[in-house]
Design a protein around this ligand. Structure first.
Ligand SMILES: [Ca+2]
Ligand SMILES: [Ca+2]
Length: 315
């Protein structure tokens, strides 16, 4: 019988020292196998060892998978908790980013490793003979099939995930806002600022994300092929920059009453939908902070907004 997944606690953004510190704290009053299991799970979460996590499907954090040849590549997020939102002292902070609150993630959601590409979305458009805006086929700048899909609406994204679910038999959907922020907060370099994925240094951002920062050159004037920049600790690319990403949730005035379990918040102004992560057209520091929340009408589309998929993983 596979032991139940231990409830270890890591912070996200996380690094190896975070995990070791938390392990020490969690195990201070425990001894024996339970404590060792916590350590193995913690080390597995940061890629230092591999253990069977007890999922009904053979999926584990850090190992990308794909459910069909046309499907987006996915990465399972590890269990853990994080502090969602921004502190009141953060530069350019907006009121809808608070209050900061802890969110516990159960390790049962995978996110797209990349933003959905034009080629991936085109498979859906072609198979279903879907009518799209001309801009979807011919944007105002050069791009190829590996660039993120743009000029699509939140409803287009919803129909795409429904198509994926029917094709694969798995539950594809858009990420909740908490799932997206948890995935985006996994910093790549230990020691960088916790409220940003990469830090506030322009060169650091330029080396890790496609934006419109003016004082350095990230190599891309418009969208970039997905995965042109390094992944974060969870293995996700382009959470910050490249294109804004549609979220399942509706915008809210603040986080008062927000769920603490990573689920979609059933409320807010559903004449709009949340978008996160900013894009190739944005500058530091306002929109490129990982806490920043944007919105777009569900029937609106533009050359700056795309999405990444989420998929529920059975445990
Ligand atoms: Ca750029
Ligand atoms: Ca993005």
């Amino acid at each position: 019988m596979t032991p139940a997944l231990p409830q270890f606690i890591v912070t996200s953004p996380l690094d190896q020292m975070d995990v070791v510190d938390r392990f020490d704290y969690n195990c201070r009053s425990q001894k024996g196998f339970g404590c060792m299991w916590r350590l193995l799970a913690a080390l597995s979460a940061v890629g230092l060892c591999s253990i069977e996590l007890g999922y009904a499907e053979e999926i584990s954090p850090g190992k990308p998978f794909r459910d069909c040849p046309q499907c987006p590549e996915m990465v399972l997020l590890p269990p853990g908790w994080f502090s969602m939102g921004s502190p009141e002292t953060e530069a350019s902070r907006q009121r809808d980013e608070g209050p900061k609150h802890n969110v516990v993630m159960q390790g049962n959601v995978a996110l797209g490793k990349f933003e959905v590409t034009h080629h991936e979305f085109l498979a859906f458009v072609t198979e279903t003979n879907r009518k799209m805006e001309p801009c979807f086929f011919d944007p105002i700048f050069p791009r190829n099939g590996k660039h993120p899909a743009i000029c699509l609406t939140w409803h287009d994204a919803q129909d795409y995930v429904a198509w994926l679910s029917k094709k694969t038999g798995h539950h594809y959907r858009l990420p909740s806002e908490a799932e997206w922020e948890f995935g985006a907060r996994a910093r790549r370099v230990p020691g960088t600022y916790q409220h940003l994925e990469f830090g506030v240094d322009s060169q650091d951002m330029c080396s890790n994300a496609n934006t419109s920062i003016k004082d350095c050159d990230d190599g891309f004037a418009n969208t970039a092929p997905v995965g042109s920049f390094p992944p974060n600790v969870f293995g996700l690319h382009d959470t910050i920059g490249n294109v804004w990403e549609f979220i399942e949730d509706c915008p809210t005035a603040n986080y008062e009453g927000a769920p603490a379990d990573g689920s979609v918040w059933k409320g807010g102004d559903c004449s709009k939908r949340v978008i996160r992560g900013a894009g190739w057209i944005n500058f530091l520091p306002d929109h490129l902070r990982v806490s920043n929340r944007g919105w777009l009408g569900p029937k609106m589309s533009d050359v700056m907004t795309g999405f990444r998929v989420a998929r529920t993983v059975k445990k």
